[in-house]
Design a protein around this ligand. Structure first.
Ligand code: HEC
Length: 214
């Protein structure tokens, strides 16, 4: 009995000390303002090792990413935003068929597919859009992230005009054509999805038969 109660006391003391350390870290943490410095980029570079499909090349920022990092915690000046949106809107390629709206079932599979481009993924394995990580899309799927707005009833609310079709395709191809420094990946620009796959995801959003609009 005695050793057991000693063990208990040690455990309790440990927990109290642990709690105090946590409080101390919290106080220090609050006092330190997080700032982006060039040292951060060097630290990230030094600590990131190439593994599988995740090569070191992805640490090289393009001009858009460089500007977005520079203004990460500041307001992006309107002329810089305009310049980014302009440059990104000229980069959009259409499917060879010219059809911007494909098959919603294929689109739903792509929206659900989270694999692709991670260090543990096979180069010839599936590569999806992982849309549910940031958006609600259908009523049936209850596991979704909320970084992006809900897209449930997207087509029902916006209709099927050519302007809506063009906007939806182009937005998914290159989100920054409409919103500089958006948190949404540039799916076409960065070869995450092909133009044909983007047209399938467009169908998921706009087809009246799609569960997004039910
Ligand atoms: C990492 C998070 C993230 C992922 C993954 C993501 N999005 Fe987004 N999306 C956002 C955010 C944030 C916004 C709002 C800001 C903006 O408009 O760029 C957005 C906006 C949108 C919009 C515009 C909505 C409107 O009201 O006009 C559409 C359409 C869209 N996303 C579709 C998709 C589709 C389809 C996929 C999957 C292929 C996807 N998104 C994947 C974060 C994401």
């Amino acid at each position: 009995m005695r050793p057991a109660s000693n063990v208990k006391r040690i455990a309790v003391t440990g927990a109290v000390l642990g709690g105090m350390t946590a409080v101390a870290i919290l106080i220090v943490g609050c006092a330190t303002k997080l700032e982006h410095t060039p040292a951060d980029a060097a630290t990230i570079k030094a600590s990131f090792a190439a593994k599988g499909v995740a090569g070191l090349g992805r640490l090289d920022q393009d001009e858009v990413q460089r500007i977005c990092t520079q203004y990460a915690d500041k307001t992006l000046p309107p002329d810089a935003a305009e310049k980014i949106q302009q440059s990104q809107s000229t980069d959009i390629k259409l499917p060879a068929s010219g059809k911007l709206i494909g098959n919603w079932q294929a689109g739903e599979a792509l929206a659900q597919e989270g694999r692709g481009l991670q260090s543990s993924d096979k180069p010839d394995g599936p590569q999806g859009g992982n849309c549910y990580a940031c958006h609600q899309l259908t009523h049936e799927e209850i596991a979704y992230g909320t970084l992006g707005p809900s897209l449930y009833n997207y087509g029902k609310l916006r209709g099927n005009s050519d302007a809506v079709l063009q906007y939806t395709y182009r937005k998914i191809y290159n989100s920054q054509a409409y919103l500089a420094c958006s948190n949404m990946p540039r799916f076409g620009h960065n070869y995450i999805l092909t133009p044909e796959q983007i047209s399938d995801v467009v169908a998921l959003l706009l087809d009246p038969q799609s569960p997004v609009n039910k």
